[in-house]
Design a binder for this molecule. Structure first.
Ligand code: NAP
Length: 316
């Protein structure tokens, strides 16, 4: 590991109960990192600037992994855009301002592939950021995230701190959200198919036409990418993290049906929004750093479904 990330470096994983944060925490613990700093949102509401500053001052992290955010699928974003904008801006401002004030030497901010313009050329390169109009269904969330990316870049330029940003594609894995209101497409479908089997329903309805193409990365692969970036990357531009391969939502639905053992009919509902038609990342930059994904979609789905079956009471 480079000097900024040794086994005794105090690392604050903000958002450690979530999909991304929990995967990063598992990986860091497995690697033997001993000084891991965490707080749930009940213990520290990151929207609270004073409390955040005080927390960082007390724990003095040398690395911050900024994976705390208000996150949701199309339905949640459409229902509460003002909350998605306001909460994410406030979380980012208090965390990044406090880390800047304390001159935290290393910070990794989690952006997202959904903040790229709706119609940008595929596969999407990092340089496509801010080159066109956003997908309207998640505009508020995207604007907040873009502010975070520009915030990181601005601190680099003004203070010379080697902070960086990652742009993950759609993620899935243990500790995902499976509830109908907040889930992204993959966990929402896993749950739908599971419930269809349990209730004996012969049909599962899937939002949209099934035609949009999406890329999916297991969150354990993302966690490994985050550590690669912290160890080896230091530049103004964010870094895409994905598999470099996509598939239509209809094919994903078939794979999930097979994973759960559902043998009934899959029906698409074109009156529901499709979202961005295609979203595939150009992953040349992270590949050049030596990282590559190790968990294929079928194996990843099987593991995620197994986790869901064992944790249904916390996953809903
Ligand atoms: N999920 C994806 O497919 C995906 C794809 C690309 C990028 N990302 C990015 O990855 C990051 C993490 O996403 P995720 O999927 O891991 O989200 P998640 O599973 O919903 O977890 C969110 C985390 O943020 C914490 N949090 C939320 N509001 C907070 C607040 N006010 N104060 C303190 N902590 C707060 C939650 O803590 P509590 O549980 O304690 O409330 C939780 O640990 C986000 O920046 C997201 O944009 C996610």
């Amino acid at each position: 590991m480079r000097r900024a990330l040794t086994l005794t470096t105090p690392i604050y994983v903000a958002g450690h109960t979530g999909l991304v944060g929990s995967a990063c925490l598992r990986l860091l613990a497995r690697r033997g990192v001993s000084r891991l700093i965490t707080a749930t949102s009940a213990e520290l509401d990151l929207r609270d600037r004073d409390a955040t500053r005080e927390f960082l001052r007390r724990h003095n992290p040398q690395v911050v992994l900024a994976a705390a955010a208000r996150v949701g699928g199309i339905a949640a974003n459409a229902a509460a855009p003002a909350e998605f904008l306001s909460d994410n801006l406030r979380i980012q401002l208090s965390l990044l301002d406090a880390a800047r004030e304390l001159r935290v030497p290393r910070l990794l901010f989690l952006g997202s592939s959904c903040v790229y313009p709706r119609d940008c050329p595929q596969p999407i390169r990092e340089s496509a950021l801010l080159t066109g109009p956003l997908e309207p269904t998640n505009e508020a969330y995207a604007v907040a995230k873009i502010a975070g990316l520009v915030h990181v870049r601005s601190v680099r330029r003004e203070d010379g701190l080697p902070w960086i940003s990652a742009m993950p594609t759609n993620l899935y894995g243990p500790h995902d959200r499976f509830d109908a209101e907040r889930a992204h497409v993959l966990p929402a479908l896993l749950r739908k198919f599971h419930e269809a089997i349990r209730s004996g329903a012969g049909t599962v309805e899937v939002w949209g036409t099934g035609r949009p193409r999406r890329e999916f990365l297991h969150v354990d692969d993302l966690a490994a990418a985050c550590l690669t970036l912290l160890e080896r990357y230091d530049d103004d531009e964010p870094v895409n993290v994905g598999t470099g391969e996509d598939l239509p939502v209809a094919d994903l639905a078939k794979l999930i049906a097979a994973t759960t053992g559902f043998t009934g009919e899959i029906r698409f509902d074109p009156s529901r929004p499709d979202g961005t038609p295609r979203k595939l990342l150009d992953v040349g930059r992270i590949r050049a750093l030596g990282w590559r994904p190790e968990i294929g979609l079928e194996a990843g789905l099987a593991g995620t479904y197994d986790w869901y079956l064992r944790h249904q009471e916390v996953a809903v």
